[in-house]
Design a protein. Structure first.
Lengths: 228, 639, 253
């Protein structure tokens, strides 16, 4: 295991850790969005999907723990790298300037930490049921966990919906740079394909966060039926 | 004559001399090598290649450079290429032809045996550089490409775009870095050699200044290798880097080393013309441009039309006209003088009238813009940066500028100076180029000296020395260190009115006007009065601020200019005494009816080796006769 | 033309505890600058004036003044080597500035490049990175004939593009993280594309990266400021090359 820690501690090892965990988290986001889109198919579909996941029991917990580990690794490595980066320049420029680095690339630490805050809130909100217990405890007619009801009830609250939208905008910036960055870190560079990857990176970031925002807004604007 | 000028050329046919020297030279056995310490001053092509090669052999090496990294030595700025007699082109090249071209190019003022050796090892240099990963230009088949340079009718120049010097230096630097990493070389950057320590007639160490802390330090060794470059900056404006200087060479001269042919300076024909008084430095445009560019001026005096509006028949392609067989690839001294002649006759171009056109229109029409860009892109870019003109659409303006110095510390065939234990390499020695260096030969010589000559010849000296016989605690070190300390204090105490640069500019003007592209008796005599006067003023009125115990760039410069002010005088003296024209040394009194240099082989077929006689004393001129057994002395013709 | 300069002045070298906090930006005015002057010639004039006034001149590194030695190292208005692309500070001319411009001149800022005085920094860290492995281990005299090993032109060109690095440090200065990956990547990429470089391929990249990390440079976050600031326009491809090579070497080792 020593060699792994050794690798992780190196600059490139750290970067690759960010890239691989980032890629896994990105995959999760895709799956998460796909599941959430069931919201559009109505309460039955959504709640059945939720019940299906729950029914997997141990497997679900394995996946959850794995996901958590990946997430924690991503955050810890990111913080470590950011600290090293800060230390590498003890005195800042009196008059700094930027030639071409995008806003997204320059705000990765901010968007990353904001996303961490969001994830914590999101879990407290929908997974643990701390922030809005009244939504969390909603039940289906069969007495199961009413996920559809919980989600629509929450997003019909303007404050909650706007917070989710805002966090998704932040996440957009994180992904817009993150996806292309991970490709480069993994050694992908090609005269023809690299510009495509850059464009695609922004594209998928927009698709994912746009999809999430669309779901929130469709509840808020009453496009899908709200259960309360 | 008091200097012992034994050239130590091995006997036998010229082809066998180097082999026989390697065989008859004493060796140091591998186990003993590590007991000897060699101090290498300078880390350019010659210094870095010597330091790394000596360390590979097992000697303890300490290397010093005044730059912040060995990689920054001015060898890095060489653009065009490096010659080697590989004959990869099947165009009739051979070691013998490279030897012949170099002797002839140098106007028969070089030592035959040295030049032949240079041509012999030239082929090994290319092999060595390629093995190090130097990315020379290649053809689609994957083999090395060549181009042509001045003074040759074969294509023997290997190149890496317009950055050959950079790539070769980085190759030598990588070899040096490897030895530093292995602990075999101790590297001292930002450290300037200020004096040589001679004990019982042998070079045993150096005094240096740490340019960051200002501290003077002593280093003792069993031999000292100087690879400190040329003295072109005596002219103030030259293509040399700002920090190039003569200090190391001059100080060893004052400690007893003969200095040979200081008047041999090379004026490079293709540089960007001076644009104003503020100018600090001249920029070279590689000679390789003359492969595809045509040089011309208007036929009519004072023709101020735009170059594009001057019709073909009103242009004078003067090199092609005067030297039909070499054309635009005439050697540097000839091309420079021809440019001066054209400008002196009132046909110069540009605002100052001191410029000629280097025109690529025909080549662009023939080969296309892309092909020209691939060959010279970085040079065109550099030109447009400096002049704000586009050389693709408008001919370049060029003018000669000081570029290289063929004179230097006198060395024998083993590269040892008149001080035993002091070896001098590369441009710093009086070299293998005679009175004029051919293009792409400086890189060749620097690397030949460092990679292949010194590792073989230094053993012959060291084998006869007891290793570590003199340490830095020897009283001579303290004495000389004290002298340097006094000199520094004196410079800082003057607190006059004029800056160091101001003096340097004045010296440069004297040198350029009176000891530049053309020299004459009257001018040189004037210069010999003006320089001592300027020197006297310098020591009365120079202003150097700051302290001796910190990073102080004015102080560094002041020491260097003080040496130039002494050295310039010797240069003029040498130019005055050499009553003939040869190569880069053109005395107006010795020219043919059509303005070509006229040599005097009866009286001056020798190297003039100057001996320092102490402050205020006239230096003594010694001579080393040059013998030509293999190349017939002839009038150099490129017609 | 007239310019107002703000220049970092620092009299003592920075140390690992004190990064030069005693230094400060000082304002100077110059009112007779010619547009044809190079930027460094403008500084020469400033220094002549300062000397005449009895003030110590500004220390700055420079040597060849033709863009190849890599000595000059000025952060000009927040950009390494100034506003022009593919240009070193010594190749920059005053015509790139408007009359009346305010110009901020600072040293490279990085923990690994301590300031020695004013605008002069110590880039010894780069030398140490090279010493760790940016070479081919071949002793003088051990080479085979240069044409014994053909190198496809495309490969030679790729190697060359990386080898044009002048080691000036602009990449580190420009990087928001003071990372040296463009520099180190250029060394890896140079040898990676040549057959001669294959024998030491794994050792080289492992040693280079280890040394680079030890020197205290930051990490790459793929913002490509380095590429934009590089006076030799070395492509960030070399960083991807290094990443790949490092992982390959790690897996093999």
């Amino acid at each position: 295991m020593n060699w792994m820690l050794d690798y992780w501690r190196s600059s490139i090892g750290g970067k690759v850790t960010m890239a691989i965990t980032g890629l896994l988290l990105f995959g999760f986001l895709v799956g998460h969005l796909a599941g959430n889109l069931l919201l559009l198919s109505g309460p039955e579909a959504m709640n059945e999907y939720a019940a299906f996941l729950k029914s997997k029991g141990a497997l679900l917990w394995v996946v959850r723990c794995g996901l958590l580990a990946v997430f924690v690794l991503h955050v810890i490595t990111g913080i470590r790298l950011a600290r090293e980066n800060r230390n590498a320049r003890p005195i800042a420029y009196a008059r700094p300037d930027t030639i071409q680095a995008s806003l997204a690339s320059r705000s990765m630490v901010f968007t990353g930490l904001s996303t961490l805050v969001f994830v914590v809130y999101h879990l407290l909100h929908f997974t643990v049921g701390v922030t809005n217990p009244e939504h969390f405890t909603m039940e289906t007619s069969a007495g199961g966990h009413n996920v559809y009801g919980m989600v629509t009830a929450s997003f019909s609250v303007v404050g909650i919906a706007l917070a989710y939208v805002a966090f998704q905008v932040v996440l957009f910036f994180h992904l817009a740079h993150g996806v292309q960055s991970l490709a480069h870190t993994l050694g992908l560079h090609h005269e023809r394909f690299t510009p495509m990857i850059k464009t695609a990176s922004v594209g998928v970031a927009a698709l994912i966060t746009g999809g999430n925002i669309f779901l929130v807004l469709s509840v808020l604007l009453g496009i899908v039926e709200v259960q309360s | 004559m008091t200097l012992q000028l034994d050239s130590k050329i091995p006997s036998g046919p010229i082809q066998d001399k180097w082999e026989s020297r390697k065989f008859d030279s004493k060796l140091v056995n591998p186990a003993n090598k590590r007991k000897y310490k060699v101090l290498v001053v300078g880390s350019g092509l010659a210094g870095a290649s010597a330091a790394s090669s000596l360390a590979e052999l097992g000697y303890q090496v300490e290397c010093f450079c005044h730059n912040d990294s060995p990689r920054r030595a001015h060898s890095i700025a060489a653009q065009g290429g490096i010659n080697a007699a590989k004959n990869y082109r099947n165009d009739g090249d051979s070691v013998w032809r490279l030897f012949y071209d170099t002797v002839k190019g140098g106007d028969f003022r070089a030592r035959e045996a040295n030049v032949y050796r240079l041509a012999q090892v030239s082929v090994d240099i290319i092999d060595q550089a390629v093995a190090q990963g130097v990315p020379f230009a290649r053809e689609y088949g994957g083999l090395l490409d060549n181009r042509s340079f001045g003074g040759a009718q074969v294509s023997r120049t290997f190149y890496a775009r317009g950055q050959t010097g950079q790539q070769l230096l980085l190759g030598a630097y990588s070899a040096l870095s490897r030895q530093i990493g292995l602990g075999a070389v101790k590297m001292y950057s930002r450290t300037e050699m200020l004096d040589l320590v001679v004990v019982d007639g042998h070079a045993k160490g150096i005094i240096v200044r740490d340019l960051v802390t200002g501290e003077l330090r002593e280093y003792a060794g069993d031999a000292v290798v100087l690879a400190t470059g040329g003295y072109g900056n005596v002219f103030y404006l030259s293509t040399n880097a700002m920090n190039c200087n003569v200090t190391a060479g001059w100080r060893v001269h004052k400690r007893g080393a003969g200095f040979a042919n200081p008047c041999y300076t090379q004026i490079h024909p293709t540089c960007i013309p001076v644009s104003g008084d503020h100018q600090s430095k001249l920029t070279l445009m590689s000679e390789s441009l003359r492969n595809d560019g045509r040089i011309w001026v208007p036929k009519q005096q004072g023709d101020k039309r735009e170059p594009g509006q001057i019709p073909e028949d009103e242009r004078d392609y003067y090199l092609e006209r005067k030297y039909p067989s070499f054309g635009n690839l005439a050697p540097r001294d000839i091309a420079s003088r021809a440019a001066k002649e054209a400008c002196d006759s009132g046909r110069g171009v540009g605002e100052t009238g001191l410029g000629v056109y280097l025109d690529f229109k025909d080549s662009i029409n023939r080969l296309g813009k892309d092909a020209i860009a691939a060959r010279y892109g970085n040079l065109f870019h550099m030109y447009s940066k400096i002049t704000a003109e586009d050389p693709y659409s408008r001919p370049m303006r060029i003018y000669p500028a000081v570029h290289y110095t063929m004179g230097g510390v006198w060395v024998d065939y083993n590269l040892q100076s008149t001080i035993p234990g002091l070896f001098v390499l590369g441009e710093a020695n009086f070299s293998d180029h005679g009175a004029n260096r051919l293009g792409a030969s400086a890189l060749m010589q620097g690397l030949a000296d460092g990679y292949f000559v010194i590792p073989n010849t230094i053993a012959g000296y060291l084998a006869e020395q007891k290793p570590g016989a003199v340490g830095a605690d020897h009283p001579q070190f303290g004495k000389i260190r004290g002298e340097i300390d006094d000199l520094t204090k004196r410079l800082l105490s003057i607190q006059g009115k004029r800056t160091v640069d101001d003096f340097h500019r004045d010296l440069g003007k004297i040198m350029w006007d009176k000891c530049g592209m053309a020299r004459n008796d009257a001018g040189l005599r004037e210069a010999l009065k003006e320089i001592p006067a300027l020197r006297e003023e310098f020591w009365k009125d120079v202003r150097v601020l700051g302290s001796a115990d910190s990073l102080n760039q004015s102080l560094e410069k002041a020491g260097r200019v003080a040496d130039f002010l002494e050295f310039g005088e010797l240069m003029c003296r040498d130019a005055l005494e050499r009553r003939e024209s040869c190569g880069g040394h053109f005395r107006e009194e010795w020219q043919s009816d059509d303005g070509e240099a006229v040599r005097d082989d009866d009286d001056f077929c020798h190297a003039a080796v100057w001996e320092h006689k102490g402050p205020g004393e006239e230096p003594e001129r010694n001579v080393e006769p040059l013998e030509f057994d293999n190349v017939k002395l002839a009038v150099r013709s490129y017609k | 033309m007239k310019v107002v300069l703000h220049i970092w002045r620092q009299s003592r070298p920075s140390t690992s505890q004190d990064f030069g906090q005693d230094g400060k930006m000082v304002r100077y005015e110059l009112d007779d600058v010619s547009a044809d002057m190079s930027f460094l010639e403008m500084l020469d004039i400033l220094n002549e004036r300062l000397t005449a006034k009895g003030e110590e001149p500004v220390a700055f590194d420079h040597d060849c003044r033709e863009g190849i030695c890599g000595t000059c190292s000025l952060m000009i208005n927040g950009r390494p080597h100034g506003p022009e692309r593919g240009t070193t500070a010594c190749q920059l001319h005053m015509r790139s500035f408007q009359d009346g411009s305010e110009i901020w001149i600072e040293p490279w800022r990085a923990k690994s490049f301590p300031v020695l005085r004013d605008l002069v920094v110590d880039r010894g860290a780069f030398d140490r990175v090279v010493q760790a492995g940016a070479f081919i281990s071949v002793n003088t005299g051990a080479a085979v004939d240069a044409n014994a090993m053909p190198v496809p032109k495309a490969d030679a060109d790729k190697a060359f593009d990386a080898a044009t690095c002048i080691g000036c440090g602009a990449c580190v200065a420009a990087c928001k993280n003071a990372s040296a990956m463009l520099f180190a990547g250029a060394k890896v990429s140079h040898f990676l594309h040549l057959p001669q470089g294959q024998a030491e391929r794994d050792r080289r990249v492992l040693n280079l990266v280890e040394t680079m990390d030890k020197e205290g440079f930051g990490n790459c976050t793929n913002q490509y400021e380095c590429e934009a600031a590089c006076p030799k326009e070395i492509p960030v491809r070399v960083i991807a090359d290094m990443n790949r090579e490092y992982n390959r070497a790690r897996i093999k080792s």
